[in-house]
Each structure stands twice: as C-alpha cells, then as structure tokens.
Design a protein around this ligand. Structure first.
Ligand SMILES: *Cc1c(COP(=O)(O)O)cnc(C)c1O
Length: 490
C-alpha cells in the first residue's frame, strides 16, 4: 500500500516543517523582544467571535500559512498578554523564552512522563527538579511531589492527600479551616472531593487580612465540642487579593498540638522563599504537610506549571495508587530500580502526563538560581516603589501596603465622597483596558472595591510603573469629572 502524500500520514515535508518552525520562532522572538510596544489588552470584537464560531469543520486542509495568519487575526488580536511588562492584573505570568522552547521540546518529542520505564530520564528530571523546590522551601528530605497544571489542581491534589492520610477517606463530620481570603479553589476543591459546604469554616481575617489564631482555636474547640472532626487547616502564603501571609509558624504549632493537617497554598507567594531575607515572611511554610507552589506565576514559566509538595513521599502513592494488569510488567521493572514514586501516574490525578518539569529545569539551568532570586526580589521592590508613587500622588489611599509584590489602593476624590471613590475605583480597570497601555484589576477588601497592582514581572521598569500611575491619575480624574456630570441614580 503506497502512501506518498505526507499529508495522508498527518505530517509535513522536512522543508515545510523547517519553514513553519522558523516562521513561528521569528514571531515569538519579535513578540518577546518588543512586548512593551504592544497594547497589553485587546478589544473583543463580536464580528471576530462570530467568524470563529460559524466556521465549518474543515474537510480538506489548507496551507499552514493561511492557518497561522488566521491565528494571528483571530487569536492574537483578542488576548490579553499576561507576560507584558505593564500587565499588573490578577497574578501575572511573566514567562520566559527558555521555558517556551522547553515546552516545544516536550511536545516535539511527545514525552510521556507517567511511568518510569517509558520515560526514565524525564521522570528523573522531574524528581530532581521537585527536589530543588523541596530544598528551596526547606521541607524535609522525605518530602516529594509532582508537577501539575496549576494551583487549582495542586490544591485539589493536596486536599485529596489530606483526606486520604488524615481521614482514611472517611469524611463524616470532618472540618477544614481557612481564612476568608483563601482562594476559591480551596472551597471548590473540597466540593469536588465530596465535602459539604458546612465542612469548610472560613474564619474572618484580622486587620492585616491574615488568619487569626485565637478565632481559629475557638472554632476548632467549638467544633470538637459539637462532636465534629477538625482535620485540616488550609493556610495561604500570599493571598491573591493583597499578598497577605497567614501566620504559618503559629498555624504549624497549632496543627501539631491539635493533630491537624497543614496545607499551605503558596501558589504565587511561595516563591518569596527564593530570597534569603524575604524568606522570613514565610517562616513556618516548610512545616506544611502539603504545599502548592506555581512555577507559572512567580517562577517565570509559561502556563501550565505548578508543583505540589508533600512532607512524606509515601502519601502520594497511598492516595493515588491503583492496579492495572496491562501495566504490570512495566511496573515490576520500575519497582526494582527506583520505587513507586517515579511512576508519576500513581502520584496524582493524571495518567497521561506531559513533561512540565522540563521547562522549569531548563530555565533554572540556563539563567541560574541567582538570576531567578533577583527577579523575585525585583517584584518586591517594584511594589514598594508603586506604593510610594501612589502615596506621593495624593490622589490615592493605599489600602494595603506593598507585600509579596502586591499593593492595593482606592481613589481619593477631591471632596472625600465615599460613593464617588467607589464608582471611580470600580470603573478604572475598564478604562485602563480600553486605553491598552497598562492593565490592572480590582478586587474587594472588606466589601470595598480596591485597585491592585501585582508587580511580579522582572521586565517591568520603574518608568513602566510611573507612567502607569500617571495614566491612572488621569483616567481617574476623567472618571470623577464624568461621574459628577452624570450622577447615577443610587
Ligand atoms: C493563582 C492562585 C491559585 C490558582 O492557581 P492556578 O495556577 O491559577 O490554578 C490558587 N491560590 C492562590 C493563592 C493563587 O494566587
């Protein structure tokens, strides 16, 4: 059976592959080098939307040039750039080119990192990389972990391990505690695991948006008195709203005293442990039973790349091990050589897994920990600079000071009008998005809308920050003027 058309084998000819590859590399290098000249946000236009949605299934192929052109027109024109130096919204994802190339290699060689014998070197690299993270955050040698898609899944995985190890799967009357600033993926994760909403206690935070120990102790005592079974505290190391860090050492003491599991969500904040003097702000994090740490946030990897670490490497297989007859021979081979924890399909939720560790491993080796450490430190410094610029401008009330590279603030109208301050702050993010020079988002703290700047991108310059704050000054003044001209009926 002759099959001479490469396309019938779902492949391209060598020249065509090179041409396509080089063209894409050129696009990426042009983009990466000149990002600051592009708008941060892109307007969504409904015509494009309709065009994409109404396209029929392509029965016959077209040229890659056409499809790439359509990607540029339909996708690139309608996305925000999370790695742009003036993207300050949510938690940015300031990626890096080595990580991007590593992703290309991982897909190009289609590396299957699930079962040790099938991907030995990959499994070892993942194990080594997880070992580096373990060392950096100070967890004990018996600790281990794996890479997953993101903080949402890392937290879910950590909570699944807690449920298995701490409760042996018996969830009746079991109670988890977190603060009212915990990320929504904690409550969603618990829901996915089958916990009822009343099995999560959200404790009201203190003035600094931290989980208050006394209130937590009270809640635990009350629950015990009612015959409930407290079993886990889900603390946050760097809240998404304002960068607050729960008192981790105190919580670790309490968990020890009470026999509870300490899960720490350090999705973006855990990276602060890379720098010696910021590490103090996370003291106690190393005592967690399970820890979430995203590499696609403050460790400069392209999405998706997050690590879950657990204190005892056996806990993962105790939670996720299954048996499959069609894998017996492969497993026997790996057990002799390395033990169970190198079979990553039994260490978490996924069976087929790509090789996420590669991007982190390669970029850390190319840039060195020293550069990454300085890049993290720069994030702290930029937020501190933003805070002082905001204070100096006189138009803003700083609501929470710079911590973990986040500062939050509200507009201060000329006549101290609270409703006006709300309205302008509410509308500012939209005005920024429309302008396109920089982007920042709002959140709510104690019921009030605040703007926030998250400055984790090491390519952000102080001039980027100054210009962004000047722009916000101007946009806010415009919004105030407009609000006074056309007051809403409230
Ligand atoms: C971003 C974030 C998450 C969610 O992580 P993803 O990587 O987006 O899935 C969870 N917790 C905290 C504290 C975060 O900042």
């Amino acid at each position: 059976m002759r099959n001479t058309n490469p396309r019938d084998q779902i492949k391209l000819g060598a020249d065509e592959m090179r041409e396509m590859g080089y063209r894409i590399i050129d696009m990426l290098v042009d983009y990466t080098g000149a990002q600051a000249q592009f708008p941060v946000t892109r307007a969504l236009d409904h015509a494009t939307f309709e065009e994409i949605l109404s396209e029929p299934i392509p029965e016959t192929g077209s040229t890659w040039e056409d499809v790439l052109e359509q990607f540029e027109r339909h996708v690139l024109t309608t996305i925000d750039h999370l790695d742009h130096p003036r993207f300050f919204a949510y938690i940015p994802s300031p990626s890096n080119f080595v990580g991007v190339m590593a992703d290309t290699l991982a897909s190009g060689y289609n590396i299957f990192n699930s079962l040790y014998p099938l991907g030995t070197g990959a499994a070892i690299v993942e194990r080594a990389t997880i070992g580096w993270l373990r060392k950096l955050c100070g967890m004990p040698e018996e600790a281990s972990g794996l890479f997953v898609s993101g903080g949402a899944v890392a937290n879910l995985t950590g909570l699944a391990v807690a449920r298995q190890i701490q409760l042996n799967g018996d969830m009746r009357d079991a109670i988890v505690y977190c603060s009212d600033q915990a990320h929504f993926v904690i409550s969603r994760g618990l829901r996915i695991l089958g916990f009822a909403p009343e099995q999560l206690r959200e404790i009201q935070t203190d003035d600094d948006f931290r989980l208050p120990l006394a209130a937590l102790e009270r809640a635990i005592a009350e629950d015990r008195a009612e015959g409930k079974r407290p079993f886990c505290v889900a603390a946050t190391a760097g809240t998404t709203n304002c960068g607050a860090v729960d008192p981790l050492n105190d919580l670790a003491d309490l968990c020890e005293r009470e026999g509870l599991w300490l899960h720490v969500d350090g999705a973006y904040g855990a990276s602060a442990c890379l720098t010696e003097h910021r590490k103090m702000e996370l003291a106690g994090m190393e005592r967690a039973h399970s820890l979430t740490w995203d590499a696609h946030k403050w460790m400069f990897q392209p999405v998706e790349c997050s690590a879950l670490l657990v204190r005892d490497r056996h806990w993962l297989s105790a939670t996720f091990k299954e048996t499959a007859h069609f894998l017996t021979d492969a497993e026997a081979h790996s057990k002799e050589e390395v033990g169970e924890e190198m079979n990553f399909m039994y260490q978490g939720i996924q069976l087929t897994r790509n090789f996420r560790a590669l991007k982190f491993w390669m970029s850390l080796k190319v840039f060195g920990l020293g550069a990454v450490r300085q890049a993290v430190e720069r994030g702290f410094k930029l937020a501190e600079l933003a805070e002082s610029l905001l204070r100096d401008s006189g138009r803003w009330e700083v609501v929470t000071p710079a911590q973990m590279a986040i500062v939050t603030f509200r507009y201060k109208p000329t006549d101290d009008d609270e409703a006006l301050a709300n309205r302008v702050t509410d509308e500012l993010s939209g005005a920024l998005a429309e302008n396109g020079f920089a982007f920042a988002s709002t959140t709510k703290l104690r019921g009030k809308t605040v703007m926030r700047l998250c400055t984790t991108n090491p390519r952000t310059t102080s001039s980027d920050l100054r210009q962004t704050i000047l722009l916000m000054d101007r946009l806010a003044a415009d919004l105030e003027r407009r609000a006074k001209d056309a007051p809403t009926r409230e």
